[in-house]
Design a protein around this ligand. Structure first.
Ligand code: PMP
Length: 408
């Protein structure tokens, strides 16, 4: 059954917004952050209006309600990702989740000379922590290149890089190219050489039902705000035997068992990594978001988004001067279409698109090594999600054609 996109749109108050220039908003910046359905906004408002309190700290009614809501959100979210609440650590997003692997696992378990394999396609969140750890511990960071014809990972180079690897960190779906990497093959091959695997699912989770236990990755990093949830929250999913070998990353309140002037002992399990006041409203909002997303078959969501991206790229490539990066015709490609015009600067193009009401992202997308591999400093990126329509894509292509005819 196809998605009822019109009904879905009614759940998002912002989608009926008219911009100050009089144009209705056409939101094509979903890879940066998705919009939030009313049920998410309401759940967060209800927390602040009815039971705002700190969690895990007091014995009064409000504190009990806040604690219960925080933990019930953990149950829902972990179950949505096909795993147990014990395997989920709340973080501020995918960035903090990856840093937690670097500083809570790799720092304790890797030695000088150990190899970490990453790819040229990674977001900076999955590059910089490894570069910093390399400076601190002397681990070697190897980069798997991309094939710039197919825009896919060079899997032969991956096989070579894997020799001696202790940790492989790969983006599930590229935020620039929209391409999904062969993560199942990567996990199997990495485990075969005894390496742990971290998947950056910041872009995968909005387009695919991620099942942590079935996928068998050792770590999965996720941000809520790209999948209808609020900003400021995400999680790291971790296998139990791997979590047992992690040590503290951030220290302070909540994560301790006993503090004396001689030193401190720590909580076990996910509690050791959740320091300070929890992100209570955000967790409640994310719980509401996974409830909302559970109404849909993610295969249909992927098909819808893929069709929009494919259609957009086909029509855009008919416009003189437009070059597309990525291959939106691939069935595993999701909703991001990166493009450039050969004579209109990407910033100018974005401003001209905004004048028509179209919100697209411009820049290096926190993926400068990928930009270097593509030989460009930046791209424009239109990224689609569950509530976007073919009519929006048609009007976008029309406006883009008008800009290109007029200004090039
Ligand atoms: N990885 C990828 C692939 C991303 O697209 C992003 C967000 N742009 C991140 C990691 C970082 O996510 P956050 O900023 O929510 O921590």
């Amino acid at each position: 059954m196809a998605l009822d996109v019109n009904a879905i749109r009614n759940d998002f108050p912002i989608l009926s917004r008219v911009l100050p220039n009089g144009h209705p908003l056409v939101y094509f910046d979903n890879a940066a952050t998705s919009q939030k359905p009313k049920c998410v906004i309401d759940a967060m408002t209800q927390y602040y209006e009815q039971y705002n309190s700190n969690a895990h700290r007091a014995n009064h009614t409000l504190a009990d309600e806040a604690t219960q809501a925080l933990e019930s959100a953990r149950n829902k979210i972990s179950s949505y990702f096909g795993t147990n609440p014990e395997n989920m650590i709340y973080t501020s997003g995918a960035t903090e989740a990856i840093n937690l692997v670097a500083y809570g696992w790799a720092r304790y378990n890797l030695q000088k000379g150990d190899v970490i394999v990453i790819t040229e396609m990674e977001h900076h969140a999955d590059i910089v922590p490894w570069q910093e750890l390399s400076k601190e511990k002397g681990v070697e960071v190897r980069y798997v290149p991309i094939n710039t014809e197919s825009f896919t990972l060079d899997m032969e180079a991956f096989d070579v890089a894997l020799d001696g690897a202790k940790l492989v960190c790969v983006v599930h779906t590229s935020n620039v190219l929209g391409i999904r990497n062969p993560v199942e093959e990567i996990i199997l091959k990495s485990h075969a050489v005894g390496s742990r695997v971290l998947l950056d699912c910041a872009q995968g989770a909005p387009h695919e039902r991620i099942s942590f236990d079935n996928m068998d990755a050792d770590f999965i990093a996720i941000s809520a705000h790209k999948m209808a949830g609020p900003t400021g929250i995400g999680c790291l999913l971790v296998k139990s035997d791997v979590m047992d070998k992690m040590g503290p990353f951030m220290t302070g309140g909540s994560m301790i068992r006993r503090v004396t002037t001689d030193g401190s002992t720590f909580q076990e399990g996910h509690a050791m990594f959740e320091t300070g006041t929890p992100r209570i409203a955000e967790a409640i909002g994310w719980g509401a978001a996974v409830d909302w997303l559970s109404n849909f078959d993610m295969k249909e969501v992927h098909a819808h988004v893929h069709n929009l991206a494919h259609f957009a790229s086909q029509e855009m490539s008919k416009i003189n001067g437009i070059r597309i990066f990525g291959d939106p015709s691939r069935s595993d490609s999701s909703g991001a279409v990166s493009f450039l015009h050969d004579s209109i600067q990407s910033q100018d193009l974005a401003i001209l698109l905004d004048e028509g009401g179209f919100a697209v992202r411009t820049g290096h997308h926190c993926a400068q090594p990928l930009m270097d591999a593509l030989g460009v400093p930046s791209t424009n990126r239109a990224s689609f999600w569950i509530y976007n329509t073919e009519e929006e894509v048609e009007s976008f292509v029309k406006h883009l054609r008008y800009i290109c005819d007029r200004f090039s």
